[in-house]
Design a protein around this ligand. Structure first.
Ligand SMILES: C[S@@+](CC[C@H](N)C(=O)[O-])C[C@H]1O[C@@H](n2cnc3c(N)ncnc32)[C@H](O)[C@@H]1O
Length: 305
């Protein structure tokens, strides 16, 4: 099912925004979502032979990759074979995941996951024809719920799909270290322009908002726990970071029409590198071989049905 008409902002739809990013997605996020995926697995209930996984807003399947790594690293001879439903609104993300699946199948490098069924469908429409009621033991939605037009409906489907005792792991951003330098750069270069905003409500930054929404979706108050955890978006250099952010945020900086010229884009990238390098959330660990990083903080919700 195609969801390119699933428009959130009235300008650039979420599906279009992420479809454009799909090929570069993993490089762009610089390990930040992968790091949080690993943290989610570390607080997940153990995987057993009756586990069934849902990865909502799967993107290129980083969460699944990390689940496979976790199973292999804790028991290299594990005979687990866990069924997975993976879904995302952006068809190009699902294309990337399908390409990855084809490759891992040919090398048998995801021996503990399967069958993996993939769906290009918004989380709001993840109904019982795709995920039956009470069928999932481990649900994940790593940095996806806050992009949904109707987050309550999406979260309600997660609750519906979980079996009794099943656990959902849902993350949002609490602090986005690169946003202030992007906004500052935009203000300096385009003082009459509209402020650059993330394509989701700022309500999501607050842990209590996440908590309340998940309770409204059906989880008991006492079964929802929201914590914060820090991570870094890492790239090889400040210039690479600035170029990636400029590319990634072009639709939010300049709208669907994009840059007026290649020169305007270059000027923005250069200025962004100055502002990013000077901001409090930026770290340079190139001397230690770790490149540069921008600090981010995630809200991590773990909910039991
Ligand atoms: C920041 S990425 C996270 C991807 C992946 N979970 C990860 O950990 O890297 C956000 C993902 O949410 C997806 N998304 C946005 N709105 C969605 C919706 N309504 N339903 C399902 N997926 C959605 C995007 O297409 C994108 O792949």
């Amino acid at each position: 099912m195609s969801s390119t008409d699933h428009n959130t902002s009235g300008e650039v739809s979420t599906a279009e925004f992420f479809s454009k990013q799909a090929a570069m997605y993993e490089k762009s996020v610089g390990g930040a979502t992968r790091d949080i995926a690993q943290k989610l697995i570390s607080v997940s209930p153990p995987f057993t032979s009756s586990s069934k996984i849902l990865d909502n807003a799967t993107g290129t399947g980083i969460m699944l990759e990390e689940i496979q790594k976790h199973i292999s690293s804790t028991d290299s001879s594990s005979t687990l074979k866990l069924p997975v439903v993976a879904a995302d609104v952006a068809p190009a993300m699902i294309d990337c995941l399908n390409a990855k699946l084809k490759q891992v199948q040919s090398t048998n490098s995801w021996p503990n996951l399967g069958p993996v069924t993939t769906h290009a469908v918004p989380a709001e429409q993840l109904d019982e024809s795709i995920v039956p009621d009470n069928s999932i033991t481990h649900a994940y939605m790593n940095f996806g719920l806050f992009f949904c037009n109707d987050a309550l409906q999406a979260a309600s489907h997660i609750h519906r799909a979980l079996s009794a005792g099943g656990t959902a792991h849902i993350t949002s951003w609490n602090h986005i270290g690169y946003l202030a330098p992007i906004q500052q750069t935009h203000r300096e270069l385009y003082p009459d322009g509209r402020e650059v905003k993330m394509p989701f409500s700022e309500d999501w930054l607050h842990p209590s908002y996440n908590h309340e929404l998940l309770v409204k979706a059906g989880f008991k108050q006492e079964n929802v726990k929201v914590d914060q955890t820090e991570t870094f978006m890492r790239h090889t250099s400040l210039q690479v970071s600035a170029a990636i952010l400029t590319g990634m945020f072009t639709p939010l900086i300049k709208g669907p029409q994009g840059w007026e010229s290649e020169e305007a884009k270059t000027v923005f990238t250069k200025k962004l590198a100055e502002n990013l390098g000077a901001c409090k959330d930026f770290i340079d660990e190139s001397a230690q071989g770790k490149g540069v990083g921008t600090r981010m903080i995630a809200n991590v919700a773990v909910c039991t049905k």
